[in-house]
Structures are given as structure tokens and as C-alpha cells.
Design a protein. Structure first.
Length: 192
């Protein structure tokens, strides 16, 4: 698949593997087969408690696991009690925790970008993220005269990335150019 693009030297895919999940494991195998540089590691599964049986009904202790404390401080007691009552209903049905999946590759991607720049003399970088963790590597690349293109959603674009000077595209604005026909907006379908 990549051989149809003569000017692209490599494409890296950073993907967490959900161990024991055949689809997840197959995706990694297929990506290797299609010529992608695959970086993977196991997805961490964190158990986050939702058991409200040991807290006061007006306590935001469990809710703070899901809602930023800055927001819960603005909620009235009735709202906190309501949310805790809903968690209590889940508890009665046997749900005492939820499982949150996490697999972050910010460090690996940032390091690989800098290594590709220094060792492989790559001139152009495309990143699909608005995360501020990439500001440092992108600043370095930009200072060294490399071209960096960032694809992100406006609400997910950090101020640190916005100030790097890299070329940026908002994903929602280019949606009609990158989606399957069935996913295109009516306006875009009429043009086609």
C-alpha cells in the first residue's frame, strides 16, 4: 500500500494492543504486513471505583474521578446527591468499578520524530494530535527548518501547539475530503 507513494519513506502507527483481543492483535499484524512501522504496547486497564456506599451522599469524592474538581466545586449539593444516587443504583446492580483503557504514546512519538529528523534526515512531519506534549519536539523541528503539519480539532488544540508556527488543519473542516462517501455531508455529496 505504501509503495504507491514514492515520496513517503515511512509511516508510523502507534497503537495500543488489547491483549487477548483478536481484533486488536490482528490490527497490529496487518499493519506490519502492509509496511507500516508499528509501535505497540499493552493497553492498561485501570479500575476506577464507583462504589458510593462508604461516602456521604453529598460528597464529590467518587464523582471527582470523572468530573474535574474545578467543575464539581461549582455544582450544588442537590446535583452531587443526584449523581451519587445514580452511582448507588449502579452499585445495587453489582457495578462497583468501571474499567478505563489507557495507552499513551506521546513520549515515543516525540522521540521518534526527533530521531527521524536527526538520523534519517526526514524533512516533513504530519501529526494527528493537538496535545501539548508535542510542542517541544515540534519547536525543535521548526527551528531546524523542517515542515510540520498538525491535524487536530479546535477544542483539542493546545495553545502550546498553536504557537509553534506549524501548519494546522482543523479535522472538522477537512472531513468532507477524507471521509467515505457514506460519511460525507449532504453539501459535499451534492458537489460530487
Amino acid at each position: 500500500m505504501l509503495d504507491s507513494f514514492t515520496n513517503i519513506k515511512s509511516v508510523g502507527i502507534y497503537n495500543g494492543t488489547l491483549q487477548g483481543n483478536k481484533n486488536s492483535e490482528q490490527f497490529v499484524k496487518d499493519s506490519h504486513k502492509f509496511g507500516y512501522k508499528v509501535v505497540t504496547k499493552p493497553v492498561k486497564i485501570m479500575r476506577i471505583p464507583v462504589d458510593v456506599s462508604s461516602i456521604a451522599s453529598d460528597s464529590p469524592a467518587i464523582i471527582n474521578n470523572f468530573i474535574d474538581k474545578a467543575l464539581t466545586r461549582l455544582l450544588d449539593i442537590e446535583t452531587i446527591e443526584f449523581l451519587n444516587s445514580k452511582l448507588g443504583e449502579l452499585n445495587k446492580k453489582g457495578t462497583k468499578y468501571i474499567e478505563k483503557r489507557k495507552c499513551n504514546f506521546d513520549v515515543e512519538i516525540g522521540v521518534d520524530m526527533l530521531l527521524d529528523h536527526k538520523e534519517n534526515h526526514i524533512d516533513n512531519f504530519v501529526i494527528w494530535s493537538g496535545d501539548s506534549d508535542f510542542a517541544g519536539p515540534i519547536d525543535t523541528l521548526m527551528k531546524d527548518g523542517k515542515k510540520v503539519v498538525i491535524f487536530a480539532t479546535v477544542r483539542r488544540l493546545s495553545p502550546e501547539l498553536a504557537s509553534t508556527g506549524a501548519q494546522m488543519f482543523e479535522i472538522k473542516k477537512i472531513r468532507d475530503f477524507i471521509c467515505w462517501n457514506g460519511e460525507l455531508s449532504t453539501q459535499a455529496q451534492n458537489v460530487l
